[in-house]
Structures are given as C-alpha cells and as structure tokens.
Design a binder for this molecule. Structure first.
Ligand code: BES
Ligand code: ZN
Ligand code: ZN
Length: 491
C-alpha cells in the first residue's frame, strides 16, 4: 500500500493529489505541478505558509478528482522532520475526509537541498506512521486508514528506490506493533497475556523463542525480579528472542523493561496519571518489535532480545520497603522503594544475558525514571554509556530517526548514593537529585566489562495527546532507533 509512482497526471485518473508548497520557493521539478502552484499562489488565501491548505476539485489541467495544496513554510526551515510531519498530517487530513487513497507529489531533492533517499524515507515514514489508528477499544470505528499511499516521483527515482517502500513499511509496522502493545490496557496485557502475544508474533517470524516461567525463574534464582512479581496475581516470565543469521560474528543484546502495570507496589504511586503506568512495558514492546522487524528484514546482524515481564502490584505477598533480596548475580539488594522496580527486573535480565549469551554489545531500554522526564522533557530519551562511541552511535541514530536521545553522565562518585547499611546495594539513591543517573549507575553495577548502553524512554514512550504522525498512547519510540543502531553496529 506504500508505493513510489511515476505517472502522467494528464492521463491517469486519481482520487487525490497532494502538492506540498514552500512559501518562498518552487520546490518541484515537475512542470505541470509548478504551473498549478503558480495559479494557486495568485489567490490571497494560499501562500504556502506552514499548514496553509486549499483544495480544488476537477481542475481542467489534470485528471485528479481533487488537488490539495498544503503549505510547508519557508525553505530554510525545511528538514527531515518537517517532511515526516507533513506526510503524517496529510494522511490524517485524508482520513478525516474519508478518502481511501492519495498521491503525494515529492519535491525535487535538488531544490530542497536534502538527499533524495533521506527525503523519501522521511516522507514514507511519516505517511505510514500517520496512517495508524488505534480504535480497537471503540465500538464505533469512526475513521478508516487509507488503503493506498502513493508518492509521485520521476521514473528514475522510482527505479532507483524501488526497494525503499517495503523496507520502510516493515519498520513502521514494527513501530505500530509496539505502539499497540503499549496502548493496550493492563487488564488485557497481564504478564501471561503479554508474553503469549510476543511469543506468537515472534514465532511467526521464525525467531528462536524461549521463555523462562515462574518455576524456572525460581530455580535459577532471579531473586530481584521475583520480588517485583510477588505482589501480583499474575506470573512473571523472561522471554528470550534470538535472530541468528548465518555467518554473523558479533552478538548485540537488547533488554527491555516489561512492567505491564506499575502501581508502585507497597510504595503506591499517587492517583494522578496512574492510568498511564500501563506504558511501563514500553522498553519490552520496543525490543520485541525490533526483533520481529529485523527478522522480517532478514538482517545480517545477530541480535538477542531479553524481556523480563512482570506486574508491580501491592498485596499481602508484595515485597516490602526494607526487604533484602538476592539478585541473579548473587549481589544482595535492599529494596528502599518498591516503585524502583524496573531496575530490579533489569539487573537480573542483564546478569543472565551476559552469563548465557556473552554479547559484544548490550543495550537496555526502559521507562525507568520520572527524573529523566524532569531532565529532558517528554520528547527526548536519556542515554548512558561508559563507551563514547556507543553513545555517539545512539545519538546519531536518534538524529536520523528523530527518536531523539541526549547523553547523560555516569559519574563514579555518585555510586556512593546507592550504598546500603545492610545489603550490597540499595535500589534507591540517598539523594533526591539526579534520579535518572543513579538509576543508570545502579544498572551499571551489574554489567561487568560488557560494552553497555542504557536508554531511559520514560518521557518519549507515551503521548497524552496525538501529534502529526502518532495518535495518543504508545509512540513505539525505540523501534526505529534500535533498528538503525543495529544495522550500524552490526557492520
Ligand atoms: N515506571 C516508573 C518511571 C516512570 C515515571 C515512567 C513516569 C514513565 C513516566 C518507575 O518504575 C518509577 O516509578 N521510578 C521512580 C523511582 C524512584 C522510586 C526512585 C520514579 O521515577 O519516581
Ligand atoms: Zn515504579
Ligand atoms: Zn516502572
């Protein structure tokens, strides 16, 4: 349903043609389109300013039922994210008008001074992601996704980038899968259900799948993880997904926090936004969806995904503040706060991953701290690593995909804040400040000498209000980022 097309506008009948227009420069290479823009700009109501819109029906020059001119603003402000957002907004407009297909005129790469492949990627991505509607829980489905989204390009471009649409569609499907898992309410993704959903979809893509159930987690002494799961009626699990292409040398391991609901446990969270804690498995969703995506793309990189899944609930069986548990690694942990549960499940997953798979690189992704949202806001993830190159790599992929990451430090002397009087380490800091950093430092105590990065996505994993190419709810943040990072690091 996502295509690059080159066709004769005078001959081929189409439902809707969309023409993006800059206010200060003609950005199109097609003569018919440029002449249409000239006509339109004679009108007072359309200047090509950002979000300007005007629609014409049955123009005599071409065979489109309607032509929608949409403003992009000034050329100097045009970048990949403007294109992505433009495409997303365009699709939303078409959905609102109950249309079923659209042809979007792609600006000339030379005229917008952006590389053709990047511009196309951004447009395709924005359109594909913007076509996602989450209405599974509505009785009345008011909106319908478009059936076909086409991009008008020159014959040479269509030929050169013929493989691009399917690749982009696959990565966007991964993002949408992660979004839907995150947006699903916690009553429909209790650990058993979430685990089953991941396993079913992963097996379909021929990933190697194994699951440690509660009994095995007990046998293998996942003490920290089991302490988090103890308060819930649901049983925890640890899912391992393996993409193992022939000839791959190094292994990249991804670990995703899978707390299907974070009530805080005995340190119960306050009522405000508690409903949003269904999103506390966003790291798990991103990791599972990334593995499914790279399997579909037949990536040459060996990747292991490890996903600890639990529900954090208060009950008579729940772990108490002050409890001391033994982690998989053998280190004892004092649970200073039952709401700092993410790091407890992650350390056991990290230790298990390193012991069993000895990865060259390990990246964990987690909605780990509110403090990270305080530091960087709701759109940017915090990244941590002792390895500058790995940090840089993640930041660059963040720029490319617009899943933005900002590097935060891992200062050695802050480790002191995690000291416990009774156990080897405590799961909360003795200071109120720098909570994203101390959480990352807590994890770092379990990574040994493995090259590791931690990505705190507590901010960007979830949207209270929809934006240009994402509806309210899960954003699927991390899938596009990780797919890009893997391809780079796997080389
Ligand atoms: N899941 C939360 C972090 C979170 C907060 C995610 C806001 C998304 C939005 C995490 O388990 C948590 O509760 N962290 C505590 C840690 C504290 C008790 C040290 C926090 O951030 O307050
Ligand atoms: Zn918590
Ligand atoms: Zn949490």
């Amino acid at each position: 349903m996502l295509n690059l097309k080159s066709l004769d506008l005078k001959k081929v009948k189409i439902e809707t043609l969309v023409i993006p227009v800059c206010e200060d420069k003609d950005i199109h290479g097609d003569r018919i389109i440029s002449s249409l823009i000239k006509e339109v700009e004679k009108l007072k109501e359309f200047k090509g300013e950002k979000d300007d819109e005007i629609i014409f029906y049955n123009l005599p020059e071409i065979k489109a039922e309607r032509v929608m001119f949409l403003g992009l603003g000034k050329l100097e402000k045009l970048d990949l994210e403007t294109l992505r957002s433009f495409a997303g907004k365009t699709i939303k407009k078409c959905i609102k008008k109950n249309l079923s297909e659209v042809l979007i005129a792609v600006p000339s790469a030379k005229k917008i001074k952006i590389e053709a492949s990047s511009a196309l990627e951004a447009l395709l991505e924005g359109a594909c992601l913007g076509n996602h509607i989450f209405d599974k829980y509505k009785k009345e489905k008011k909106q319908k996704a478009l059936k076909e989204i086409d991009f008008l390009v020159t014959p040479a471009t269509a030929k050169k980038f013929s493989k691009l649409p399917s690749g982009i569609a696959t990565v966007c499907e991964g993002t949408i899968l992660a979004r839907e898992w995150v947006s699903t309410p916690s009553n429909d993704k209790r650990p058993e259900q979430f685990t089953k959903s991941i396993v079913t979809l992963a097996e379909k893509e021929n990933l190697k799948v194994s699951v440690l159930d509660e009994k095995e987690l007990k046998q293998k002494k996942f003490g920290a993880m089991l302490a988090v799961a103890a308060g819930s009626q649901s049983k925890p699990s640890l899912i391992v997904l393996e993409h193992n292409p022939e000839g791959a040398k190094k292994t990249i391991a991804l670990i995703g926090k899978g707390v299907t609901f974070d009530s805080g446990g005995i340190n119960l969270k306050p009522a405000a936004s508690l409903d949003e804690m269904k999103m506390d498995m966003s790291g798990a969703a991103a990791v599972a969806a990334t593995l499914i995506t790279i399997a579909k793309l037949k990536s040459k990189v060996k990747v292991i995904g490890i996903i600890p899944v639990v529900e954090n609930m208060p009950s008579g069986n729940a772990a108490r503040p002050g409890d001391i548990v033994k982690s998989y690694d053998g280190k004892t942990v004092e649970i200073g706060n039952t709401d700092a549960e993410g790091r407890l499940i992650l350390i056991d997953a990290i230790s298990y991953c390193i012991e069993k798979y000895k990865p060259r690189i390990l990246i964990d992704m987690a909605t780990l701290t509110g403090a990270c949202v305080v530091a960087l806001g709701e759109k940017i993830a915090g990244t941590f690593s002792f390895d500058d190159k790995l940090n840089e790599s993640i930041i660059l992929s963040g720029k490319k995909t617009h899943e933005r990451c900002w590097n935060l430090p891992l200062p050695e002397d802050y480790k002191e804040l995690l000291k416990s009087d009774f156990a080897d380490i405590k799961n909360i800091s003795s200071s109120r400040w720098g909570g994203a950093i101390t959480a990352a430092l807590f994890l770092s105590e379990f990574v040994k000498d493995t090259m590791w990065a931690h990505i705190d996505i507590a901010g960007p994993a979830y949207l209270k209000k929809g934006n240009a190419y994402c509806p309210a709810g899960g954003t699927g943040f991390g899938v596009r980022l990780l797919c890009d990072v893997i391809e780079k690091l796997g080389r």
